[in-house]
Structures are given as structure tokens and as C-alpha cells.
Design a protein around this ligand. Structure first.
Ligand code: PGA
Length: 248
């Protein structure tokens, strides 16, 4: 794993955006795996800026998102489809039909998940997968548990995730209890992974991901087995790793 240690959130965001922009420049028809949450917002701002300056284009890019709340319609302002439209898609030249975010209102979840995996496989897998990390070590919405689930599936969100995401909703009760998430299989099949983290509250998860045993109770730890992971994190997120004496 290659680790970029950045001073703060803005430097982390800029560095992460350069990795994504580099992929787009080298491979204009790439399949990008995209993530939502507070962590990637800054990187998306840089990408929109660079698009507006004419430095990059998303014209040939395909995208597939990691996850979506089950039960939220795409127009809901906390849905991940809404997040992607307002933070990236509406501001760049990506073709709407080239973007995929799980549909939170899907009725036949099993068929939908199988189709999502089949689409990713048919494209020859994701070229660059962007990942945030949960305070509990989740990647996508793959929550801590006794195993790594390979396929895209519906997951029950843990109390820790519901607590973490309650800040986006009017009340904690409004946070959906289930979500669709890309499984560990398609994530690990990505040719390259860009893992981003910011803030002290991620320090434990980052430490377990980088330095812990490969253990489904920290789903991010599986990334130690991937041959091409770039981690971009700020000093607060790396604080436990740094305190342990690991050179980053
Ligand atoms: P965050 O979420 O970026 O909002 O902290 C990350 C995640 O849960 O994967």
C-alpha cells in the first residue's frame, strides 16, 4: 500500500483528486468506482474546478457507485444519487446514462444486486475505485461482521454507522436502517484502489486497516491483500499509525 500523508483535509482532497484526474487522463474511457460521504466532497470540488478549467473531461468515463440507502428515492436530498448529482455529475460532462448508483427503491433486491455485479464484470471491472472508510472500518457499506461478503447485497446498517450518519438527517430515526452496497468481491477486483481518510475520528479505523490483522471486523483490512492501493490521508487520520512508529 502506498500512503500519502497530507497536512489537512484540503491537501488530502487535492492529492486524491490528482489520482482520479490522472486515471481519467490516461484512460479516458475508464470505469470509475465512486464514493459518497463527507470525505470525498473536497476531491470532487477539485475535479469540477479542473473540468471547468478545461484540464480534464469525463466525456468517455463510466461510473459505478458503491452504495445507496434502501428506501430513499433518488431525488431525496440524502440519497447518494442526489449527492453524486450535486457534488459531481451535474457540473461535469459525464453522460447521465454512463453513471450508475444503486436504486434505493428497487423492489427485487436480489436481481438488482446480481445485475449490478454483472455490469461491473462486463466492463472488465473497475479501473479506479475510490473508497472512504467508516469509523468502524467499513468500506462501502460492508459493515463489520464474521465474514467478507463477496457480492453486492443489502446490508443492515450498524448502530455505529447510523450514529455517524445521523448528522445528515433531521433526526436519528430518519436514517435508513438498510442499504445496498457493492460487495467486497467487485471492490477487490478493481485494478487500483484509492482509499481516503480525514480526521481524528478515523484514526482507529485507519490503524486497523493498515496495521491490523486481515479481519472482517474491520472490513477495510482486506485491502492489505490488494496489489495496488493508494491511501491518501491527513495527519489526524494517520495519527494512530504515526504514534505506532510506522513510517508514513
Ligand atoms: P464519511 O463516510 O466520508 O462521511 O466520513 C465515510 C464512510 O462511511 O465510508
Amino acid at each position: 500500500m502506498k500512503i500519502f500523508r497530507e497536512k489537512d483535509y484540503d491537501a488530502m482532497s487535492r492529492r486524491a483528486a490528482t489520482v482520479i484526474a490522472g486515471e481519467i487522463v490516461h484512460n479516458p474511457a475508464c470505469l470509475l468506482g465512486l464514493a459518497t460521504g463527507s470525505t470525498p466532497e473536497g476531491a470532487y470540488k477539485y475535479l469540477v474546478d479542473w473540468y471547468k478549467q478545461g484540464l480534464i473531461s469525463f466525456r468517455g468515463v463510466l461510473s459505478v457507485n458503491l452504495d445507496e440507502y434502501k428506501g430513499l428515492e433518488p431525488s431525496h436530498d440524502q440519497s447518494y444519487r442526489y449527492f453524486m448529482q450535486s457534488n459531481l455529475f451535474d457540473h461535469v460532462d459525464i453522460a447521465p446514462e454512463n453513471t450508475r448508483v444503486p436504486d434505493g427503491l428497487t423492489k427485487d433486491a436480489l436481481a438488482f444486486c446480481a445485475g449490478y455485479d454483472a455490469y461491473i464484470r462486463a466492463q472488465g471491472y473497475v479501473d479506479l475505485q475510490l473508497l472512504g472508510i467508516g469509523r468502524n472500518g467499513h468500506i462501502g457499506f460492508n459493515e463489520p461482521g464474521d465474514c467478507f461478503v463477496k457480492e453486492t447485497h443489502v446490508v443492515d446498517l450498524t448502530e455505529s454507522t447510523i450514529d455517524a450518519n445521523a448528522r445528515f438527517f433531521a433526526t436519528r430515526d430518519d436514517v435508513p436502517r438498510q442499504a445496498f452496497t457493492m460487495g467486497i468481491g467487485p471492490i477487490m477486483a478493481a485494478k487500483k484502489i484509492l482509499l481516503i481518510a480525514s480526521g481524528e475520528e478515523k484514526a482507529e479505523a485507519v490503524y486497523n486497516t493498515i496495521c491490523g490483522a486481515v479481519d472482517p471486523h474491520c472490513q477495510g483490512s482486506i485491502l492489505q491483500l490488494h496489489p495496488d492501493v493508494v491511501m491518501v490521508a491527513d495527519e489526524a487520520a494517520l495519527s494512530k499509525v504515526i504514534a505506532a512508529g510506522v513510517k508514513v
